[in-house]
Design a protein around this ligand. Structure first.
Ligand SMILES: NC(=O)c1ccc[n+]([C@@H]2O[C@H](COP(=O)([O-])OP(=O)(O)OC[C@H]3O[C@@H](n4cnc5c(N)ncnc54)[C@H](O)[C@@H]3O)[C@@H](O)[C@H]2O)c1
Ligand SMILES: O=P(O)(O)OC[C@H](O)CO
Length: 417
């Protein structure tokens, strides 16, 4: 038994019994470029440890194999496509081809990104030096990218989701299922809107979420990681999502708490900005740990104020404490906030994002703004000193050092002009 299989002992919370999935049969005619296949692809009988393989699930796939489309092709989008493509090649109840919608751009050598991905199997801009798989097809046309897809994976910076959903209306199968890997939220006229809710309402389909301690570059090189699928009430579909993404090095479990899982992934980005700020100020591990602890408390309080159904246990899944730790240690929000702090707040986050991330996007600054809008509207700022201070610093109403100039016991109201 591989060591990672030990983790299979930990079963899906709230799930019904057996989760450990057996290895699927290789379908005749499946694309199998040996050079691209991991040792796990090759190993006979190796247990995936994710998802169910009971009769119900397999039977439901006998009629028509599912077709997965990935909408978004940034850093995480590319890794998500790679995971889905590996499983699509391996498992009989998925169609081989995984089509990925690419927001088209011209590279510095004049070539189109989608052409290069199709030629080299590599997203040279957002995930260089990693093969996505022979069955990944990059498609710059949104309509053809999702054609006939039964499983839609949404993974793009959250600021673009509304426009994408508008374009997808009437273009997707009405029986399609969606999952959002997007960490962020939107503020609508009617208050805060989670991205899964936005997708569900705009497109009229079920939408689960997948969040976790998932720095994409690490999963791309198959370092052991975990993730959490959050679902509303369709456990069978949650099982399918586990099959789409789970591998021995990427252990996926599911919990019936879609809002809790999504808010963990969303709010941790604000805490990551705070962690980067203290790094940039030259502070040590105690300070970073304090930021994480205070941040986690605010994440829990905010989530429960918004959705009383959110469960405490969700914060102990990969989507909760584990994502908070990894993002505060090694994420992009942390990195840019570190630079912002080192420049004494004199250069904007937008400018530093462009300079440091090569087209990748931060989510924390925008999320802090959206969350602060709600805190202000509800007069909750004093209960969320860390969230409020991050927003005040990011908008340059306070200096970076303000992040450690409040005490949780004596929170003050942040007044932004
Ligand atoms: N990268 C990670 O390690 C990671 C891990 C987990 C979750 N996430 C989350 O996944 C989501 C997507 O992040 P990512 O890392 O895949 O993207 P990214 O930040 O690497 O890349 C930005 C993407 O946005 C696209 N884009 C630019 N302008 C656009 C427009 N106008 N319309 C549509 N798309 C446009 C770019 O083509 C590119 O694909 C985010 O919510 C992020 O928080 C990221
Ligand atoms: O690089 P970040 O800060 O967007 O974080 C990446 C992931 O969300 C970590 O799980």
């Amino acid at each position: 038994m591989p060591w990672s299989a030990c983790f299979m002992a930990e079963r899906t919370r709230g799930g019904s019994g057996r989760i450990g999935g057996g290895r699927g049969q290789e379908r005749p005619g499946a694309a199998t470029a040996a050079a691209d296949r991991s040792a796990w692809d090759m190993a006979p009988g190796l247990d995936v440890g994710s998802g169910t393989r009971d009769g119900g699930l397999l039977n439901s796939y006998e009629a028509e194999p599912d077709r997965v489309a990935v909408i978004g092709s940034g850093n995480w989008g590319s890794v998500a496509a790679r995971l889905a493509a590996t499983n699509a090649r391996r498992l009989p109840y998925f169609q081989d081809e995984v089509r990925v919608w690419v927001y088209e751009e011209k590279l510095s050598n004049g070539e189109l990104l989608s052409d290069v991905i199709n030629k080299t199997q590599e997203n040279v801009k957002y995930l260089p030096n990693v093969k996505l798989g022979p069955n990944v097809v990059a498609d710059p046309n949104l309509e053809t990218a999702v054609k006939n897809a039964t499983m839609l994976v949404f993974v793009m910076p959250h600021q673009f989701i509304e426009g994408i959903c508008q374009k997808l209306k009437g273009k997707i199968r009405p029986d399609a299922k969606a999952i959002s890997l997007i960490k962020g939220m939107e503020m609508g006229d009617d208050g805060p809107r989670l991205i899964s809710r936005e997708i569900s309402e705009q497109l009229g389909i079920d939408c689960s979420v997948l969040m976790g301690a998932n720095i994409a570059n690490e999963i791309a090189v198959e370092q052991f990681s975990e993730a959490t699928v959050g679902y509303r009430d369709d456990k069978e579909t949650a099982d399918k999502w586990v099959q789409v993404f789970g591998t021995p090095y990427f252990q996926v479990t599911h919990v019936q708490d879609v809002e809790g899982v999504e808010l963990c992934g969303t709010l941790k980005n604000i805490v990551a900005i705070a962690a980067g700020l203290v790094d940039g100020l030259g502070m040590g591990n105690n300070t970073k740990a304090a930021i994480m602890r205070i941040g986690l408390k605010e994440m829990i309080l905010f989530s429960k104020l918004l959705f009383p159904s959110v469960q405490d246990a969700t914060f102990f899944e990969s989507c909760g404490i584990a994502d908070l730790i990894t993002t505060c240690l090694g994420g992009r929000n942390r990195k840019v906030a570190d630079a912002f702090s080192k420049h004494g707040g004199k250069r904007s986050f937008d400018e530093l994002e462009v300079e440091l991330l090569n087209g990748q996007k931060l989510q924390g600054v925008l999320t802090a703004k959206e969350v602060f809008g709600l805190l202000k509207a509800k007069d909750w700022e004093e209960s969320f000193p860390l969230f409020s201070t991050v927003h005040a610093i990011a908008t340059r109403h306070l200096p970076p050092s303000a992040i450690v100039e409040y005490s949780e016991r004596a929170p003050r109201k942040i007044v932004l002009v």
